[in-house]
Design a protein around this ligand. Structure first.
Ligand SMILES: Nc1nc2c(ncn2[C@@H]2O[C@H](COP(=O)(O)OP(=O)(O)OP(=O)(O)O)[C@@H](O)[C@H]2O)c(=O)[nH]1
Ligand SMILES: [Mg+2]
Length: 199
């Protein structure tokens, strides 16, 4: 019998540099979903340019993106688990590329809104939240990222959560969950973190 598998389209949004591409890169890495040689290639580029290793380079494939360290255009990645197929859409966070973010989000059924725990809620965190509400995307998960930079502080996590939740409520967005993560160190990405008990 033919079995139909669901495909879920998830867009990853949020303020510039808050770690969207790193979240996806690390998820692909931890679930062994990368094509062979991909990590080695990024390591080689890092060595050649003298820059630190970036999971984001797995997504930001264009030379200009790697040079500037920002995402310019959306990238769509196929991702599979036993249960489902996913298309993950990496959106740019810079205000200049808002159009690209919107076209990426327009296709999605769910969204991950990434906020840097150290910087907190910023302009594009709110604007992207607002765009999700305009597009009627109901399944929203907020990832409070870079928890390593704030020593996995539950108090600071709850502050960021409260700030964002106040804003999102005012525009009728009710996230399914707020999750503290460290994309760079793989905490709460593919596996549940032992670093904090706030989830
Ligand atoms: N310490 C720490 N740094 C992180 C973490 N996640 C991302 N970063 C760093 O933050 C910087 C920006 O990460 P990106 O993933 O490129 O951010 P982005 O949100 O995709 O940026 P744009 O697409 O340009 O908006 C990089 O130097 C990452 O290594 C984290 O969990 N901890
Ligand atoms: Mg990016």
């Amino acid at each position: 019998m033919l079995k139909f598998r669901e495909t879920l389209k998830i867009v990853v949004v949020g303020h510039v540099d808050h770690g969207k591409s790193t979240v996806i890169g690390r998820l692909l890495y931890d679930t062994k979903s990368l094509p062979e040689g991909a990590i080695e290639k990024v390591k080689r580029i890092s060595k050649e340019t003298g820059k630190p290793f970036e999971y984001a380079y797995l997504l930001d494939a264009f030379e200009e993106e790697q040079k500037q360290g920002i995402t310019i255009d959306t990238t769509q990645i196929q991702f599979h688990t036993k249960k489902r197929d996913y298309v993950i859409i990496d959106a740019p966070g810079h205000v200049e590329f808002l159009k690209n973010m919107i076209s990426g989000a327009a296709n999605a059924e769910a969204a991950l809104l990434v906020i840097d725990a150290n910087e907190g809620v910023r302009e594009q965190s709110k604007r992207h939240g607002y765009i999700l509400s305009l597009l009627g995307i109901k399944k929203v998960y907020v990832l409070v990222n870079k928890m390593d930079l704030i020593d996995y502080s539950e108090e600071k996590f709850l502050d960021v959560k409260s700030d964002m939740d106040t804003f999102l409520k005012s525009i009728n967005v009710f996230p399914q969950k707020y999750i503290p993560v460290s994309a760079f160190y793989g905490e709460n990405i593919a596996l549940r973190s032992k670093k904090n008990a706030v989830v």
